[in-house]
Design a protein around this ligand. Structure first.
Ligand SMILES: Nc1nc2c(ncn2[C@@H]2O[C@H](COP(=O)(O)OP(=O)(O)O)[C@@H](O)[C@H]2O)c(=O)[nH]1
Ligand SMILES: [Mg+2]
Length: 293
């Protein structure tokens, strides 16, 4: 038997560095939201790539930033916690803005000795002139540099059996992707700050039904936002639902019936119990607080 390698790999870096695009390119599946707007990934998205001799378990993390309100605080804590659990960290930084800053400072945490941090310079297609040094160059949208990156990561992974079925690409429940794709549509179709104020919650999910039946509530922070999300004659909400449904159907390989409603959950981004309910974990005890800066 040839030896196999496998392990967990973080995709980390500042908002908008291209983490989610890289996750999708490495897994060949649109798992994570991609948007020109920053801070779209709120909770880690896990994607698996299995080759005959290697299984990579990638964790696309929320962007590392100084938190300004409770939801961002929890996003940072989740990212920091996940960084403590992986074997390899990929520090993504846009190549046109090279060099990358110090990773641990950007992550707001003390360095974890023994965990390799590979700097990955993203969006290499945007570089004019000489390619910058100081990291592996990739252009995920063009699929460039991925083989070299994978070879570097593989060399850091321990010899181990595969932890997941080789056919698995995403491991999170379909409910998670339903809410992510709704949010992706919101980033696509709603202006300015509104997508940031939006969350989605699956109320009902019948996977055995044909078509698969999913009912989702879109939550906004204020009454005035509700009308905008619904749109005149319900047109905006309909477009959001359509986008998300198409993504879900592609992921599932099944027709989906997606029903969407809009409700107000007042100021949910600053409300601890709302954040609990929406699946943002609380910090797991002492020593795990965000590093004071
Ligand atoms: N030109 C170019 N743009 C990219 C590339 N990768 C990502 N982007 C763009 O950068 C923006 C942020 O990407 P995203 O993956 O959402 O970044 P994240 O916030 O780090 O997850 C999006 O508009 C992407 O289309 C790339 O390889 N080349
Ligand atoms: Mg992202």
């Amino acid at each position: 038997m040839p030896t196999t390698r496998s392990g967990h790999v973080a995709l980390a870096g500042a908002p908008n560095a291209g983490k989610s695009t890289l996750l999708n390119a490495l897994t060949g599946t649109h798992l994570a939201i991609v948007s020109p707007k920053a801070q779209t990934t709120r909770l880690p998205v896990v994607g698996i790539r299995t080759e005959p001799d290697t299984q990579y378990v990638f964790h696309d993390l929320p962007g590392l930033l100084d938190p300004r309100y409770p939801m961002q605080q929890r996003m940072l804590e989740v990212a920091q916690e996940r960084l403590r659990q992986v074997r390899v960290i990929l520090h993504l930084h846009p190549a046109p803005e090279a060099p990358a800053p110090d990773f641990w400072e950007a992550a707001g945490m003390p360095a974890l000795p023994g965990v390799p941090v590979l700097t990955v310079l993203t969006k290499a297609d945007l570089v004019r002139g000489d390619p910058p040094a100081g990291g592996l160059l990739v252009a995920a949208e063009q699929g460039r540099g991925l083989d070299e990156l994978l070879a570097r990561v593989r060399a850091e992974l321990p010899e181990a059996e595969f932890g997941y079925d080789p056919d698995d690409v995403g491991v999170q429940p379909l409910r998670f992707f339903a809410t992510e794709y709704i949010r992706e549509a919101a980033f696509l179709l709603l202006e300015d700050e509104l997508p940031y104020a939006l969350a989605a919650e699956v109320e009902e999910f019948r996977e055995a039904a044909r078509p698969v039946y999913i009912r989702v509530t879109l939550l906004v922070e204020r009454e005035s936002q509700k009308g905008i999300v619904i749109g005149r004659g319900g047109q905006v909400l309909k477009a959001i639902g359509q986008h998300a449904r198409q993504r879900l159907e592609a992921l599932l390989g099944q027709p989906v019936y997606l029903e969407c409603w809009v409700k107000v959950l007042k100021n949910w981004r600053r409300d601890a119990s709302a954040l609990d309910r929406l699946g943002f974990p609380r910090a797991a005890g002492p020593g795990r607080r965000a590093h004071d800066r």
